[in-house]
Structures are given as C-alpha cells and as structure tokens.
Design a protein around this ligand. Structure first.
Ligand SMILES: [Zn+2]
Length: 591
C-alpha cells in the first residue's frame, strides 16, 4: 500500500513552489460608500413598478447574483429603457448566461447592464442583425466605441425576455463601475420599491470548529430547529438553549420576501451578536467578478449540496479575499471556555431596514480536551494526501495525471487527496480523483489538468475528451489536445477520466413537416448531443446562411418564420459538437 496519511508517496514533483502570494496581490476593488452615490441619476429601466424577483448579491451556485431581477408580468416583450444617457459600449449575445445583453457606459463613471432581452430595438437591432449576417454567427460579444451608438435617458433599447439561462421572463439589471466592471447594489442609487415584510429566519445551525468541540453533548453539527419523524408524522421542535464545550461557529438559513406570496430573495445584512455585542456582520454591497466563487466559502457548502439550503456562516476562512465578513471577531469563531450562560442573537435585515431576530442561549462547558490544531488525517490508506499551503502554487504530477493550481485556489490550508482508480466501463484510462479533504469546497479559481491521450485504439485522437464523473453521470469538460495530452481548465474538484464521443448531434424538426405549410411564427428544430455538447450551428435557406437562435435550455434552434417568403424552400442545417462530429440535414419547407 503506497503512502501513509499525511505523506505524499508520489513520484514526480508535487506541491512545490517558492512564491507565496499575498491576499492583496490580484484583488482591486473600489470602496462603496452609499451616501456618496448619485440617487436620481439612474431611472428605473421599465415603466412597470419595481417588483423584485432576486436581490443583489443573492447567493447562487458558485456566484453572487450580480444585479437585481425585475418582474415583467410573466411575459416576454416589456419595453426596456436606458437608465441614463450614455453610449452602448458592449453588446453580447449568448445562448448561455445573460442571453442578449446591452451594456451602456454613462459619463458619470458607471455602466448599466441589461440581460435576458428577448430582442433589441431600433439602431441596436440593426447593428446586431448586420453583425450576425456579416459574421454568420448568432452568438457574439463586441465592445463598441463611444461614437458608435449614443442613447438618451429613457430611450428604448430592447424588450425584456427569457434568453440565456433565465428561468422565466424578467429583466436582470446591473450597475457597475465602468472601469473594472465591479457591480454595486442598484438600490444604493435611489431605485425605490415597497417591502413591508421582514426577513424570515428558517433555521440556525452551530458547527464544531474542531474534533474536540462538543455541541449538545456530541462532536456534531446542531440545528436549532429540527424535524424528525415520529410514527407517520413529522415533528418540528425549536430549541431555545444548547450546551457547547470548545470552539464553534454559527450559520443561518434566511431569506426575504418583498411582497407576501412572492418568491424568496436574499437579505441585505446578517448580524450576529454574542452576549449583546456585535460579533460578525455579513453584507455584500459590492464584490468583484474575479472573486465571485468565494460565495462557496461563506455558506455551508455540504448542506447546500444535500438540501439546496444556503446557511450563511459566521466564520471567515483565511483565503477569502473579498467580500470580507465585516467586523468579524476571531474570524467569526466563538469560544467561551467557562461555565456560564451566554446569548447568541441573530438580527437579519432586508433592504428597507425591516428586521427579524432569533436568539439562542448557549450553556458553556469548559473544554476538557485540548483541540487538535493539526489537520485531520485522511482515513483511506490508499489515498495519497498532500498538505497544501493555500498561499502557494501547488502541482500534482503522478500516474499520467497533472493538476496545476495557482495560489488561492483553496480558501485555507488543507490536505489534498489524490487517488488513481482503475478504468470505468465505457471510459478510456484511469479515473483520477482530487479534492481537499478538510474544506471540500470547489476551487476559488479554475485550475488546469492534463490526462493521457488513449493509445492503441482506432478512435481518432480528436474524439477524446476529459469528463468529470459524478456517480454514474459523466459531464463533458472543454478539452484541447496540447503536446500529446488532453488538457482542460476545470472549476471543480472530484473525479476525472477520458471518454470518446464519435456520435454526431441529433437534429430534427419540432414544429414543421415537409408536407405541410408553415403557419407558426418560428421554425423550431430539436438539437441534442450525446456527450461533448453542441458547438457550432449553421442554417441555410435555399443555399444562403440564415440566422438561427440557439436555446440550449430547450435544446432548440429557432428560425424566425418572417425570414421565409411564401413558397417552397430548402432548409439545410449543420450542427457540430465540441469534438467535431458533424450532422448535416436537409428538409423541404413550405410557407
Ligand atoms: Zn438575474
């Protein structure tokens, strides 16, 4: 058995770099002082009253929500207006993320962003279409000079929609610093709305900071409100006191609604008081995109994976650069070490200052064991675990696998587990597992991996790709071949192996048939791929390229039927996946 807990047991070099980085190295952000921001410069970008379906910096998987989501009455087509004078500085059309975007740069140093638009208006619509036809693309992302398209405050720029990875029609609206694209809460700019409802506190959780901490008599996580099944019924009990021995931290699951019966939004601020004095504050008035994944370190990530509930933690890991939990004493950890009764009180605020409180009495018991300060050992002797200093670069180079992590890939020092397992059925080569065992959070920044290119098969090299395995599910990773190995930049820890995709995408009409005339407003095709994923798509009507919009959440390619004149046409569709398997189909279309 190679390797013992805490030793590397690896061939090749691993974990070596001599250049620790300081937390401030790469992080640059503007301070935000709400009182100094202009309050009537930006108008509400729609004629509807402000109705919020998501708040700024709301917790999302792997990111803070960069703006606010505004309701549009559940339907596509609500006009969207420039919030202030300026010029269109960027247009992005993407099947993913924000869908159809407009960026407007304003002379006061801020930039507003409008996402998920259904379509563009006026001069902007002409520019987008002429770009798409001249470059034969649906998706593009271009910066525009100041003299290209200027807009007045209140000028129509487009219509709200559901494009990109939107789950229903709405306008996603952001205000950023123009120079570094740092988003700020739009509510700091005087945008007004009503919210008479205080936040809801669902639950409070206490966590042991180390193996010696006892909560309610055991080395365990503890929920203030718990549900258990008694017979056929669920019983909910809320405790008002708990005993703790040793160092611990707290977490809270909370949300806000601005109108009764409407959806759950994020809260503005979470304050934790210990014996009446402030201990930690969680509040995100601004952040920077480069650090958006640090949200994972602010929440109970394991609980999120289990139940999709976001518990905001009081503790701050040392590698979290931004945002910081403001005014956190002892990095948000709590340790009493006496025999007394203490009070924890949470105060949660929404953007209108409505407040909800929750208290918990903590009976403190002296810790009878010294706490382990060293990293816990890894259980499986076959796992090779390496201790990692999160401030330094870290490399694994073993058994054909290579991973290169920059400083600050982790949020704290950790034991990196590396394991090689035999080939899985249907895959090519070994399975490589890599993850930090102490804080099993996704990486803060992406890192590069390399896997061997399979040899001795008849499958062409170009058809191989790296996949991430989650149970039996294999997800394609954007892979390139470089120096005879498969390379990818990944944003997850876990298990990686090699798969092959030799199957072309599947393309078929959804709402038209060769024999019947088209009456619908659009021609829809269903496009799917078995593994690598759709990469390029081109449609030709009577031999001429025609714009088709790709909507991956519905596996749809969509052609506006207005582009078809009355008569009989030939529609040719070419779709390629990410490893170059190409499908070509032709249909007769009658209008
Ligand atoms: Zn949004």
């Amino acid at each position: 058995m190679a390797g013992e807990p805490g030793t590397t047991g690896l061939s090749g070099k691993s974990g070596v770099s001599d250049t620790p980085s300081t937390p401030e190295d790469t992080v640059r952000q503007h301070p935000v002082d709400e009182s100094s921001l202009p309050k009537d410069y930006f108008a509400h970008p729609m004629k509807l009253p402000v109705s919020l379906s998501a708040s700024f910096a709301e917790i999302r998987p792997n990111h803070f929500h960069g703006g606010i989501d505004l309701r549009v009455g559940g339907k596509v087509g609500e006009p969207v207006y420039a919030a202030a004078e300026g010029y269109v500085s960027r247009i992005k059309v993407s099947p993913w993320g924000g869908g159809k975007h407009v960026y407007i740069t304003h002379p006061n140093g801020f930039r507003t962003v409008y996402m998920h638009l259904d379509h563009y208006a006026g001069e902007l619509a002409q520019l987008v279409e002429s770009y798409q036809y001249s470059h034969r693309v649906f998706a593009f992302d271009i910066d525009l000079p100041a003299d290209s398209i200027s807009v007045e405050k209140g000028q129509l720029i487009g219509y709200a929609g559901n494009t990109g990875s939107s789950g229903g029609p709405h306008l996603h609206y952001e205000i950023r610093f123009a120079d570094n694209d740092q988003p700020i809460n739009p509510f700091y700019f005087g945008l007004d709305f009503t919210d008479p409802v205080p936040p809801t506190i669902v639950n409070v959780k206490l966590y042991p900071a180390g193996p010696a901490t006892m909560i309610d008599g055991a080395a365990q996580e503890w929920f203030q409100t718990s549900r258990r099944k008694v017979g056929k019924q669920y019983l909910t009990t809320t405790a008002d006191s708990v005993s703790v021995a040793g160092r611990f931290y707290a977490g809270i699951y909370t949300y806000d609604v601005s109108e009764p019966s409407k959806g759950r939004n994020g809260v503005e601020r979470v304050e934790l008081y210990v014996d009446g004095s402030i201990h930690s504050v969680y509040s995100v008035p601004t952040y920077i995109y480069e650090e958006t994944r640090s949200i994972n370190a602010h929440i109970d990530y394991a609980q999120y994976l289990k139940s999709k509930e976001y518990y905001i933690l009081s503790r701050q890991l040392p590698g979290v650069r931004y945002p910081k939990v403001v005014a956190a004493r002892d990095s948000g950890y709590i340790c009493f070490n006496d025999s007394a009764l203490h009070t924890l009180e949470y105060r949660v605020f929404d953007y209108k200052g409505n407040c909800t409180k929750r208290t918990l009495s903590v009976r403190s018991l002296p810790a009878n064991q010294t706490e382990h300060t060293s990293l816990p050992a890894v259980g499986n002797l076959e796992d090779k675990a390496m201790s990692v200093d999160f401030r330094r670069a870290f490399t694994i180079d073993s058994a054909g696998f290579r991973a290169e992590m920059k400083p600050h890939t982790l949020y704290a020092d950790d034991n990196m587990v590396f394991r090689v397992s035999s080939r899985g059925a249907g895959f090519f080569g070994s399975r490589y597992t890599v993850y930090p065992s102490r804080h099993n959070l996704p990486p803060n920044i992406p890192y590069n991996i390399q896997l061997p290119l399979p040899k001795g098969t008849r499958i062409p090299a170009s058809k191989f790709l790296i996949v991430a395995l989650n149970g039996k599910k294999a997800s394609a990773v954007a892979t390139r071949i470089d120096g005879g190995v498969l390379c990818a930049e990944v944003k997850t820890f876990g298990t990686f192996t090699v798969a092959a995709d030799t199957v072309a995408p599947d393309v078929k009409p959804s709402n038209f048939a060769p024999s019947a005339a088209v009456t619908a407003k659009e021609l829809r095709l269903k496009v799917t791929d078995n593994l690598a994923g759709i990469d390029t798509y081109n449609c030709y009507l009577d031999g001429r390229w025609i714009l088709a919009e790709y909507d991956p959440k519905n596996n749809a390619l969509i052609i506006d039927a207005k582009r078809l004149k009355k008569g009989v046409h030939e529609l040719k569709v070419e779709v390629s996946d990410a490893v170059g398997n190409n499908a070509q189909k032709k249909w007769t279309v009658t209008r």
